[in-house]
Design a protein around this ligand. Sequence first.
Ligand code: SAH
Length: 253
Amino acid sequence: MTAAAPRTAIVSALHDELAGVLALMPDERRQTLAGRDFWRGHLHGQEVVAVLSGIGKVAAATTATLLIQHFGVQRIVFTGVAGGLGAGVNVGDVVLARALLQHDMDASPLFPRHEVPGYGRSRFSTDDALTDALARACERMLHALPQHLGADTLQAFGLRAPRLHQGLVLSGDRFVATTQESRVLQRELPEALAVEMEGAAFAQVCHDFRVPLAVVRTISDRADDAAHVDFPRFLRDVASRYSSGVLNMLLST
Ligand code: SAH
């Protein structure tokens, strides 16, 4: 661990999001470790380290471990995009994870389906206080959405009144892009709101080290046959602006 430990880690899933975070940091300095660029500096006067997660559970777990063990962060905020699974979880909505589960974990019949061997559980919780603070930041960001995105973007993606959802988020090493697969997940885990590829790995590592975690995801697709449509533009024009908006609100209060 280094001497003056940054308090908050800001983890982005996507390049566009990280660029938005770095634009808010006046003094970032790069440190490369294990092939990852970590950016230390300040955001609204608070010490932060910003980094790309890397896609998938293994890359995410390594990043989480380095943030905790090497940089000594005291809390982790993860922002990214995800596919909507729950009824009414639509493109442009925001999902805050209260718990995360690895949907591709299956050591049955030795352990119940989805249980992580050695942990006696399949669900890992996020931190209540940090998630509550993020929920307030999300509500304020969504309220001021037209200022963040502009009317053209709202119209291009058909975003009318995006909502905040909170609950179970699934992670796995698969981009879920068929209606058939999303139906299987919906049937197996009916309370799941969204599916992505990193959050549950962060949650397991944060559980091991007892570090508070919050995970916020903008819904980029419905995890169905149309899941690839307009992805790059959505990331640039919508998801990355949501993330900077939320982080700005979170760290300025
Ligand atoms: N084009 C992107 C790669 C996207 S990979 C890039 O250039 O970086 C998918 C990312 O989006 C992962 O971080 C994953 O967590 C999230 N995601 C969004 N929709 C998803 C879905 N339907 N299934 C799984 N992951 C999804």
